[in-house]
Design a protein around this ligand. Structure first.
Ligand code: BTN
Length: 322
């Protein structure tokens, strides 16, 4: 990987959202204007606009709340798992996958920017530097691989409940593992497995949650999305990560003991599509029906002509929405 030390240093200076003159930046970074321009280009590749005004210098359109290693470490018990805070990485899921042999359940990785962030169904996950939350959690689970679907639903419930506790009362879940707010995608979950070690599943649970992404990102994201910032509820980025990790580590233990059962009613109370007419896209094929929630394994229940069928794959949308 390229050495990003100096662009990262510049990013840290600019994160306060104030103007910084060229002379000051040259002094702080011990470099000249040509290099500053190069670092600015790198930062722009990370999805962040850098503004330059003659006579005033460089600034960002808005301040960024960067991850704070010290605060994160102080707020999280190391007994519950390690936290790898990496500014730039291909993907936090990949970071953990590459180290799976050394990991314990509860270990996690968070990044400011992923240059190869991935979503479900082979899609890219776009998230500009320092703007949202992109993190992954490792868990070893003594269950069959069919439990993975249920686990990702339990994870969505836990994230939604954490946000509700912080005042985001309208947050909803969407089968199989999205969070929605006002019918727009707020967060996505990607659970990857490294295969079984005996009877144990090794899982990487990746979460991407939009916090303060700017409208300009809409050019590259081809679905309706929303950021928490649009709710005007003030949420501290580092504290949100702490709360999410604590809650996820807790509910994963509960899922190990009790399976999906304790989460089914909680899912139903937050299901964005419950009792609504939906279409389910499976490969090239659309199936229509009324969403009736999930069964005890986490499969989607769809009512068609008065009969309820279960589905384990597919991309759901409100009927008529696409
Ligand atoms: C989706 O909705 O398609 C799932 C998106 C999951 C994105 C997160 S961001 C952190 C983790 N690392 C990745 O590369 N992907 C997941």
């Amino acid at each position: 990987m390229k050495d990003f030390t100096l662009p990262l240093q510049l990013m840290t200076i600019l994160a306060d959202g104030h103007f910084h003159s060229q002379e000051r930046l040259e002094k702080l970074l011990e470099t000249g204007i040509i290099d500053i321009n190069e670092y600015v280009s790198v930062i722009r590749e990370w999805g962040i606009e850098v503004l330059h005004v003659n006579g005033k210098g460089y600034t960002l359109p808005a301040p960024l709340e960067l991850l704070n290693d010290v605060v994160l470490r102080q707020s999280l018990s190391s007994d519950a798992g390690q936290l790898f805070v990496v500014p730039i990485v291909d993907s936090t899921n990949q970071y953990l996958l590459d180290r799976v042999a050394e990991l314990r359940s509860g270990d996690a990785c968070v990044a400011e920017y992923q240059y190869a962030g991935r979503g479900r169904r082979g899609r890219q996950w776009i998230s500009p530097f320092g703007t949202n939350l992109c993190f992954s959690l490792f868990w070893r689970l003594e269950k069959s691989s069919s439990a993975v679907m249920g686990l990702s639903l339990a994870v969505a419930v836990a994230i939604a409940e954490t946000l509700k506790d912080l005042g985001v009362s309208d947050v909803k879940v969407k089968w199989p593992n999205d969070l929605y707010l006002y019918d727009c995608k707020l967060a996505g979950i990607l659970v990857e497995s490294t295969g079984k070690m005996g009877d144990v599943l090794q899982l990487i649970i990746g979460v991407g949650l939009n916090l303060s992404m700017q409208e300009s990102a809409s050019n590259v994201i081809n679905q309706r999305w929303i950021s928490l910032q649009q709710t005007n509820i003030k949420i501290d980025r580092n504290q949100l990560l702490v709360q999410l990790l604590i809650r996820l580590r807790t509910i994963l233990k509960q899922f190990e003991r009790e399976g999906l059962l304790p989460f089914i009613q909680r899912w139903a109370s937050m299901d964005n599509f419950m009792n609504k007419p939906v279409s389910l896209l499976i490969e090239q094929h659309s199936i229509y029906g009324i969403c009736r929630g999930i069964d005890e394994h986490g499969a989607l229940l769809l009512e068609q002509d008065g009969r309820i069928e279960t589905f384990v794959v597919g991309e759901m949308s409100l009927r008529g929405a696409i």
